[in-house]
Design a protein around this ligand. Structure first.
Ligand code: IMP
Length: 202
């Protein structure tokens, strides 16, 4: 059984490969399937978007592949949960990670949030599917605060702005192993790890 991650984001696939690689031999993503166009994320919750991606891609690939989707994003309390499901396109449809981070810092400054008022969390919902059928929904979150300025070169997205609870450095500064041990995706993947063997041998 092969596992296809319903994403074109190499960073996400790598994080997932590191965490599930011992359970499954072949982990690929949509970059290996150019015939499948990435589904449009029209949902208003992480779970809706994760389900859209997993169901569309697994229906297209057929029952030989297990498909795992991930929908994730950053919720900032001072911004009433924004950017949330719009994290990837916060500064506009064609926004880069740099644009999105700049907008986040601008908005949080405008909101006058300082210190603990800069609380936030990364949230991740994963859906496992096969042949167009949903097999399971898995969730994870990590609490933290938004730094005053970008720090660190590692990771992607908002990593250089997010300081996880109990740490002083951003996800962009912390070693990948540390991020991978406590991230929202790691926590959702712990649940996937528990459920996967039952589905692989079903
Ligand atoms: P998705 O690909 O629709 O799930 O969009 C997720 C967006 O949320 C990404 O483009 C990032 O902006 C942000 N995001 C999700 N997970 C992470 C992470 O682990 N680090 C930094 N940013 C993340």
């Amino acid at each position: 059984m092969r596992l296809v991650i319903a994403t074109g984001n190499a960073h996400k696939t790598e994080e997932i490969r590191i965490m599930l690689g011992d359970l499954i031999d072949e982990v690929s993503d949509l970059r290996a399937h150019p015939e499948i166009s990435p589904p449009e994320e029209t949902g208003t919750t992480f779970e809706e978007n994760a389900a859209i991606k997993a169901l569309e891609v697994s229906a297209a690939l057929g029952p030989e592949s297990m498909v795992l989707s991930d929908d994730s994003g950053l919720e900032v309390d001072a911004l009433h949960g924004a950017p949330g499901v719009y994290s990837a396109r916060y500064a506009g449809k064609a926004a880069t990670d740099v644009d999105n981070r700049r907008k986040l810092l601008d908005e949080i400054t405008r909101a006058g949030a300082r210190g603990k008022a800069r609380s936030a969390r990364f949230r991740c919902v994963m859906v496992l599917a096969r042949g167009g059928n949903k097999l399971g929904v898995f969730e994870g979150a990590v609490e933290g605060i938004i730094a005053n300025e970008e720090k660190g070169e590692g990771g992607f997205g908002y990593d250089s702005l997010f300081i996880p609870e109990n740490y002083c450095e951003t996800f962009g500064q912390l070693p990948a192993e540390v991020k991978n041990s406590l991230s929202h995706r790691a926590r959702a993947l712990e649940q996937v790890r528990k459920a996967l063997p039952g589905h692989l041998h079903a």
